[in-house]
Design a protein around this ligand. Structure first.
Ligand code: FE2
Length: 545
């Protein structure tokens, strides 16, 4: 043994401090070469499929052989001697490596005349690799003592490699788990965000943001089915020029990838678009925009394909199976949510058209109030939106504006049709209309949140209004908004006894009564809003407000 035992123990002890498999193998092969004065050492490790021995490290080979070594795995099933080593977990000493069938013919020629020692790397009774050591026959054969020491060094290295692999696998698993947990949490978040919204735009916006959080993509397009055709609903691009073909409302015809995914109801994937020949013109425009990877996932709800989610990445070969799985989950949540939103939209439209005809019936009772309720609805909703309220309040204000005067249905027609101002005697019955409105609508459960806006739309900020004489913030917010919209429309409308104000006159009147009749904050917001838009045509037939 050319090296002293102490030196060997010290060098092999260093292996335990290493944290990288390649570093351990490099040092093991060097150590073996040094301590045994060998010409060549090579280490093979069992591959992940536990079938072949993959070349891991060699030491002492000429450069050209080094490259060859790295490309040549050993199949234990095809080499009986190797099979024997693995099966019996024992070493093998061959007196002339050139004669050994353990090696390929080229290696045999190179190692001709050398003594070859092959021994398994065993950990917990499992073979994880094989070590080859070839030494000149100038030296004696490997002695039993030498082989015992080699076995001890190799088994120590095998244990270190096995530990590092275990730690690496645990880390990989932890990273994978963390990734999956992140995807699950993201999916849960999306589910909550999507399910809590009944707005198409909100669902699409939330979905697009979530997709871009999970997977890197420069293009997200949502296509929906409209009368049997696939139409672009929304497109979001990041860092690319969005092709014209992806503009909202554009039809998708022919057999593009998205159209095929839609027809077949199955996801479709294309990598390296620029290398594909005979692309569909639609897909070609995406390739021209720099998209390389394309993923089209059908949006399926109730077993029916309702659209397609199309994702694009500027790099080729993206969208691995795990990504597609997560995106498919988002797509199915999106499809159901969009379907629900459409159902809700249909029901809401039906409901709105029913109550609109009810409101129109009131406006039609007086020739001066035609269209007043719908205008108040529009102004109130725009104002609530301007004030930054959420969808729920905007909807309440919209319906309250539409139905604010519904109680006039119970007022004698003569009063409604009167072309002059109401007399002192005529005011009391007219003042009952907010309460009558509530009485008419209160049986409708869906409208219960709308009632305060109707009941209090004639209250004044200074407390001098009716029916309750509520003051300031005690007046429900919806009512304060509807009051401003209602008064503005009344001011700009012509009546038989007065000409309609211009928009600026009406705004100055509102400002004048801000703090007395109207909530100053609402007036300020309304004036800001009106400044932003060009004055609309409010000169309708007079309203009796
Ligand atoms: Fe009214």
């Amino acid at each position: 043994m050319p090296e002293t035992i102490d030196k060997i123990i010290s060098l092999s002890g260093r292996l335990t401090e290493m944290t990288d498999v390649d570093e351990v193998l490099k040092n093991l092969s060097r150590l073996l070469k040094k301590m045994l004065k060998s010409s060549w050492t090579a280490i093979y490790l069992l591959d992940r499929e536990q079938r072949d021995f993959a070349p891991a490290r060699s030491y002492g080979l000429p450069y050209s052989y080094q490259q060859m070594f790295l490309t040549m795995p050993l199949a234990s099933g095809k080499i009986p001697l190797l099979k024997d080593i693995v099966h019996n977990k024992h070493h093998l000493q061959i007196h002339d490596a050139g004669e050994s069938e353990l090696l390929t013919p080229r290696f045999r020629r190179l190692l001709h005349g050398l003594t070859l020692l092959a021994l398994p790397m065993v950990v917990r009774n499992q073979v994880m690799g094989v070590v080859f050591i070839a030494r000149s026959r100038e030296y004696p054969h490997f002695s039993t003592e030498e082989i015992d020491i080699i076995k001890s060094v190799v088994s120590q290295a095998a244990l270190v490699v096995s530990h590092i692999r275990l730690i690496d696998e645990s880390l990989d698993m932890a990273v994978e788990m963390a990734k999956r947990i992140d995807i699950i949490l993201t999916l849960d978040g999306i589910n909550k965000a999507i399910s809590s919204s009944l707005s198409h735009e909100k669902i699409i916006e939330t979905s697009i943001q979530s997709i871009q959080r999970i997977i890197q993509c420069e293009l997200v397009t949502v296509l929906g089915e409209e009368k049997g055709r696939l139409v672009v609903t929304a497109t979001h691009g990041a860092g690319i020029q969005i092709p014209e073909s992806l503009g909202a409302g554009k039809n998708l015809i022919g057999n593009s990838m998205a159209a095929t995914a839609f027809k077949k109801g199955e996801s479709r994937y294309l990598s390296f678009l620029s290398k594909k020949r005979r692309l569909h013109p639609f897909d070609s425009t995406l390739a021209e925009a720099g998209i390389e990877s394309l993923l089209a996932i059908p949006l399926v709800s109730k077993n029916k394909t309702k659209g397609v989610l199309l994702l694009g990445n500027v790099q080729g070969g993206r969208f691995v199976r795990d990504d597609a799985f997560a995106i498919e989950k988002i797509a199915s949540q999106m499809a159901v949510a969009l379907d629900n939103a459409r159902l809700y939209e249909d029901m809401r439209n039906l409901f709105i058209s029913t109550v609109t005809s009810l409101a129109n019936a009131i406006d039609a009772k007086s020739p001066w109030t035609k269209g007043h309720s719908e205008r108040v609805m529009r102004i109130s909703a725009d104002l609530a939106m301007e004030m930054g309220f959420d969808e729920e309040i905007i909807e309440r204000v919209r319906l309250g504006g539409l139905l604010h005067d519904i109680g006039k249905i119970g007022i004698i027609e003569a009063l409604l049709e009167k072309p002059t101002k109401l007399s002192e005697d005529e005011f009391p019955p007219m003042r009952l209309h907010p309460e009558k409105g509530v009485a008419i609508l209160s049986p409708i459960d869906q409208l219960k949140d709308v009632l305060p806006g109707i009941l209090f739309h004639h209250e004044r900020y200074d407390g001098k209004g009716y029916p309750k004489g509520l003051k300031g913030e005690a007046i429900p917010l919806e009512a304060r908004i509807i009051t401003v919209a209602d008064s503005f429309d009344a001011m700009v409308s012509e009546r038989p006894y007065k000409k309609g104000y211009s928009v600026s006159q009406a705004l100055s009147e509102l400002r004048k009564k801000s703090g007395s009749q109207f909530d100053p904050k609402v007036v300020t917001q309304f004036c800001n809003y009106m400044k932003k838009k060009s004055p609309p045509d409010y000169h309708y037939p007079p309203s009796d407000n």
